[in-house]
Design a protein. Structure first.
Length: 163
């Protein structure tokens, strides 16, 4: 069992790239030990830079891209959408073996990336993961436990409630 970003799933069900494609299954992340049932949306969204010389064109693109008919076509081509009407449609949910899991996940997404402390948390994770991933030092459990401790300290110092 493993977790991955949805964008990588098409290669997982492709028998040409994955000899285990026929045995793949997909599900939304289960709730945590306390019953928290959230998911983080991975990847990078479309951003507008306020000082861009092409801001007007970018806004025109976004206005076109968020239209329901554009999002429907995007989904038909294998893209992912946050348009609730398309997500909820049987057509989208049955289009791939993993779209149902995407549908379930999108309704519990929380924006963890907007915290001002995100960069610090990311650095703490990188510092913890590097020795294990690159040098094979330690255990997977210790590697994952380490940032959990530093993250609690960082978030408490920033004034967030620790649970």
């Amino acid at each position: 069992m493993g977790m991955n970003f949805f964008a990588f799933f098409p290669s997982l069900v492709n028998e040409a790239t994955n000899p285990h494609a026929a045995n793949m299954g997909f599900f939304a992340n289960p709730p945590g030990l306390r019953g928290d049932d959230f998911a983080a949306l991975g990847g990078q969204g479309i951003s507008l830079i306020s000082y861009s010389q092409n801001r007007e064109e970018a806004m025109k693109f976004l206005e076109w891209f968020v239209k329901e008919e554009t999002q429907k076509r995007w989904a038909e081509l294998g893209g992912y959408t946050a348009n609730a009407a398309i997500l909820e449609s049987e057509e989208f949910r049955k289009a791939t073996p993993f779209n149902e899991a995407f549908f379930q996940t999108m309704f519990k997404v929380r924006d963890f990336w907007a915290l001002p402390e995100y960069a610090e948390l990311l650095t703490e994770a990188a510092d913890a993961f590097y020795p294990y991933v690159v040098n094979g030092e330690g255990t997977a459990k210790d590697t994952l436990d380490a940032p959990a401790v530093t993250w609690v300290d960082t978030l408490k110092a920033a004034g967030y409630e620790a649970k």
